[in-house]
Design a protein around this ligand. Sequence first.
Ligand code: DGL
Length: 296
Amino acid sequence: MSAATSPARSGAIGVFDSGFGGLTVLQALRARLPAYDYLYLGDSARVPYGNRSHEVVYEFTREAVFDLFARGCPLVVIACNTASARALRRIQQEDLPRLAPDRRVLGVVRPSAEALAGLPPGAVPGVTAPALVTGTVAVVATQGTIASDSYRLELGKLAPRLTLVQQACPLWVPLVEAGETDGPGVQYYVRKYLAPLFAGGSPPSRVLLGCTHYPLLLSAIRAQVPAGVEVLAQGALVAERLQDWLRRHPEMEARLGQSGRYRVLTTDRPAWFEAFGERVLGEAFEASEVRLRALS
Ligand code: DGL
């Protein structure tokens, strides 16, 4: 019996990131939706994705998503902004209908854009979303995410009168992946990328950390952001909006396992992943090493 016809609650929610930064999203998902099962996959062997070409990010992301499908996940959340920006639409439009019509893949750009515009989950432009949101907001993200212009496109639909300023921060992910999250060196690079956002005439009132790794730099970031500016980390807002999505998709919700467990897979260095990831999840866990299969 296929997953489409079986009502059995057995599938974990897959959570994919290019490395361990997505554990910040897993942590928030488990805090808000603790009943579900989760299967996390971090592609540590090939991180960072942020400086890679569109095509390569698509191929890597597709391999990871289909690996999670093969492990029984009916629903995959692409927690990585770069992968969401570069690969989500193509996977949804080209791969799912052909290869996995009963599975779903969600990304983080749309829910984050909603939150950045101050709109409720599932806002529909022109129906539930007021088009009159004004002011200036900012996104900091990897080069890939900024180059994709995905946030500008989403905000253009949701809140066309909002002004967006964007800043690529190419050195932040390598710092985090190297375990460097605070101290003078980190503060130098945090200031270097944040300062230009506040140098203009209409500085942003809200800054979205548009990369799963950036919440690990939060204390350094907060120290550089002027008082009164809101800093949005994605984990909580993605969890809130996934909860709303599940409410609107009971057919998928009914397929999700609810034993409250999670497993962590990585494509490289599981011991290091466990040691550093423990800081994010706040508890010890076991990471298993896996190889991703190239898809034709
Ligand atoms: N996790 C990725 C994101 O959210 C950034 C890390 C990378 O460059 O691979 O964009």
